[in-house]
Design a protein around this ligand. Structure first.
Ligand SMILES: NC(=O)c1ccc[n+]([C@@H]2O[C@H](COP(=O)([O-])OP(=O)(O)OC[C@H]3O[C@@H](n4cnc5c(N)ncnc54)[C@H](OP(=O)(O)O)[C@@H]3O)[C@@H](O)[C@H]2O)c1
Length: 429
């Protein structure tokens, strides 16, 4: 079969493309950025809502369409209305007009009559139109999908690895996560043998379980043997934290995704076992043994690197505040005198260093990705420089019981780790 796949670069789309090819089908990948001259790639931007007339000639020779475009949060011109409703509706009308044999729409569990979030309502609007058209096919409604390189999988790994987790209701809301491989197997079956009229298929794991039990299973699957302590916190506090997180670049959490998490996500009518002819994978089998240690390390880094950055930023900002006057200024001048700096030079050194500390503190949290390596190098140079100066002129500080200089050694190591962990893609840009 010749299958047009939208969202082909996504977490689910990539895996569907691979599986369809393995089954011998030809996949035409619809992408926002397609390489020129690639006959099996089509450049399309759903934000621009291409009309059905644009699609019609491009659907010639296509047997089936799978739509896996989606966003969890709106940004810029990436709106739910355009990406989840208007653009797919144009595509579905074109499929009906062009006589495409079947359409599989990747919707989401909860996109039903009781949907409250804009995310779910925008999906439901497109699903309803598809159901009304004279087409064969399926609306697939997956629960939370877990799989390698999935953004939500990374989030749940990170939550699972945390030793203590503050969470509303103590994490007792029901979830029914499903593994990517099961979702892909289900989609491939529906492409190959579509129902005669568009039917809805909830795709979920073997059974609902409280979120805290899911995290416990994931934690064990990641190889952590100690139990996790989940501390109940008021939902209002969680929503407030999510609203703040919503302003951070790349955050999965905002007010609306927090509400979706709080509402839970379970499927009373899970059609995946019947479709696959077997039980879907249970969460304890989500992490393949061969990838366990890499996944555990990835989750630990995802969890602790932001903590390390915040701690470093606070250290710089606090050092600046101390230099600006929390520490008696005369005592600071006395220390500088021992390094050989006096008068105007000492003032420049004291306040110049304080400003530098403050700037580094702010950049530790706010530097754009392309600057970060330079920021870490500047910090290494400064901490290293301070350490050399103190060693040369104030060596007695090495013998201080609170270790004001010796603590620079683990700080240098931590900054070197942050430098080394900056993603290579950013380095190449
Ligand atoms: N993952 C889950 O847990 C889960 C659960 C339930 C339902 N779903 C639904 O499943 C679908 C796929 O999810 P996913 O996890 O694979 O998401 P994903 O990894 O974020 O992939 C989204 C895909 O949509 C494409 N896309 C985004 N904006 C576009 C635009 N303006 N024009 C054309 N394509 C655009 C992306 O292309 P770029 O690479 O260019 O960004 C990417 O290929 C979504 O509809 C999602 O709501 C996912």
């Amino acid at each position: 079969m010749r299958v047009l796949l939208t969202g082909a670069t996504g977490f689910i789309g990539r895996a569907v493309a691979r599986a369809l090819r393995q089954r011998g089908h030809t996949v035409v990948r619809a992408m926002r950025r397609a390489a020129a001259g690639d006959a099996d790639a089509l450049q399309v931007d759903f934000a621009a809502v291409p009309r059905s007339a644009w699609w019609t000639p491009r659907l010639e020779g296509i047997d089936a369409v799978v739509n896996a475009v989606g966003i969890l949060r709106e940004t810029g011109d990436q709106s739910f209305e355009a990406l989840h409703t208007a653009a797919p509706v144009e595509l579905f009308h074109a499929c009906a007009a062009a006589g495409v044999r079947s359409v599989v729409q990747v919707s989401a569990l909860g996109a039903d009559g009781s949907a409250r979030s804009a995310y779910h309502r925008s999906k439901k609007a497109a699903d309803d139109v598809l159901r009304s058209l004279p087409l064969r096919g399926a609306i697939v409604q997956p629960s939370l999908v877990y799989g390698p390189n999935g953004t939500s999988a990374a989030l749940f790994n990170k939550l699972a690895i945390a030793p203590v987790l503050p969470f509303p209701q103590g994490g007792r809301m029901q979830v029914q996560p499903v593994h990517l491989q099961d979702v892909v197997d289900g989609i491939v079956r529906l492409v190959e043998a579509p129902p005669d009229r568009v039917a809805t298929f909830a795709f979920a794991g073997p059974r609902p379980l409280p979120l805290r039990a899911y995290l416990a299973e994931l934690r064990a699957a990641l190889g952590e043997s100690s139990p996790q302590w989940i501390v109940p916190v008021p939902a209002a506090l969680f929503r407030l934290g999510a609203s703040v997180a919503g302003h951070l670049p790349g955050s999965m959490l905002d007010r609306e995704t927090a509400d979706m998490l709080l509402a839970g996500n379970a499927a009373p009518d899970n059609r995946l076992p019947a479709l696959l002819g077997r039980e879907p994978l249970a969460p304890r089998a989500f992490v393949a043994p061969a990838t366990r240690e890499a996944a555990r390390r990835g989750a630990a880094l995802d969890l602790w690197l932001p903590v390390l950055r915040i701690a470093l930023a606070l250290m710089w900002v606090w050092t600046a505040a101390v230099s600006f006057g929390l520490y008696p200024v005369q005592d600071s001048y006395a220390l500088l005198a021992r390094v050989g700096l006096q008068g105007g030079l000492a003032t420049i050194a004291l306040y110049g260093a304080a400003v530098l500390d403050l700037v580094l503190g702010v950049l530790t949290l706010a530097a754009p990705a392309r600057w970060r390596r330079t920021v870490w190098l500047a910090q290494l140079a400064l901490v290293g420089g301070y350490t050399v100066l103190v060693t040369a002129f104030l060596p007695e500080y090495w013998l201080h019981p609170y270790g004001p200089v010796s603590k620079n050694l683990p700080i240098l190591a931590a900054i070197a780790l942050l430098w080394a962990l900056e993603p290579p893609a950013r380095r190449e840009r």
